[in-house]
Design a protein around this ligand. Structure first.
Ligand code: HEC
Ligand code: HEC
Length: 176
């Protein structure tokens, strides 16, 4: 009798843990971006993701984890975010014959919504509502080409986004 209760408690615990792990796996890129946003511009300018290979980042991160006092999970989340972004720019629309992704797909592929909110999504402090109307297309393009152009201390990392993809993002945000 008691043994059965223990076993079922164990199974319940186990399945909750597994569910949490799967859930966490889906949330990974978002967590990583948040960690970057909160930590990585505190001591130095945010580094360009493509400045280092993922193998180099894997060596750098434990070092920065210590400096920034991150947990192991936070540090791994940052690495996974870098990996997602790198993968995303490797799948560059057009340059390698891939179909051009829509603005909405790009917003998710490049993790914008992990640090920004728009049209009620994301719920983060920096809103991109009306961003094109407020700041203009030129500003938007320059911000994506080099986020530090107007703010050297920005936590927004420089990403390798193609010009055609920026065009798609402009079309998308024009209507937001
Ligand atoms: C508490 C301060 C501090 C924080 C927070 C911090 N760094 Fe650093 N970072 C440094 C210092 C100091 C150096 C240069 C000396 C060194 O390598 O330790 C550095 C160097 C680097 C380098 C260059 C490494 C190289 O080999 O050229 C990268 C890349 C980097 N940091 C990324 C990050 C990322 C990503 C984060 C956020 C997770 C972060 N840093 C958070 C202090 C910090
Ligand atoms: C790691 C977090 C992070 C990611 C990822 C990120 N941003 Fe940002 N972004 C910020 C922060 C923080 C600011 C505000 C500080 C500044 O102006 O640089 C900002 C500012 C901006 C601005 C200027 C807004 C204004 O009102 O001045 C635009 C436009 C922008 N981001 C677009 C994007 C787009 C599009 C993406 C995805 C391709 C993206 N960002 C990804 C953190 C991020």
């Amino acid at each position: 009798m008691f043994r059965r209760i223990y076993i079922s408690m164990f199974l319940t615990f186990f399945s909750v843990t597994i569910t949490d792990m799967i859930w966490a796996a889906e949330e990974e890129p978002i967590d990583g971006a948040e960690v970057i946003s909160l930590n990585c511009a505190r001591c130095h300018n945010t580094r360009t993701i493509d400045e280092f290979t993922i193998q180099e980042w894997a060596v750098i991160m434990p070092h920065m984890r210590e400096r920034a006092h991150l947990t192991g999970e936070e540090s791994r989340a940052v690495l996974r975010f870098f990996q997602t972004i790198k993968q995303s720019s490797e799948e560059h629309s057009s340059s390698n014959g891939n179909a051009l992704r829509t603005g909405e797909q790009l917003v998710s592929a490049y993790g914008c919504v992990a640090c920004h909110s728009y049209a009620g999504n994301g719920g983060k402090a920096v809103s991109l509502d009306n961003v094109i109307t407020r700041l203009g297309e030129d500003f938007f393009r320059r911000k994506l080409q080099n986020p530090q152009f107007n703010n050297s201390a920005t936590p927004m990392p420089k990403m390798n986004i193609s010009e055609e993809e920026i065009d798609q993002l402009i079309i998308f945000f024009r209507d937001i």
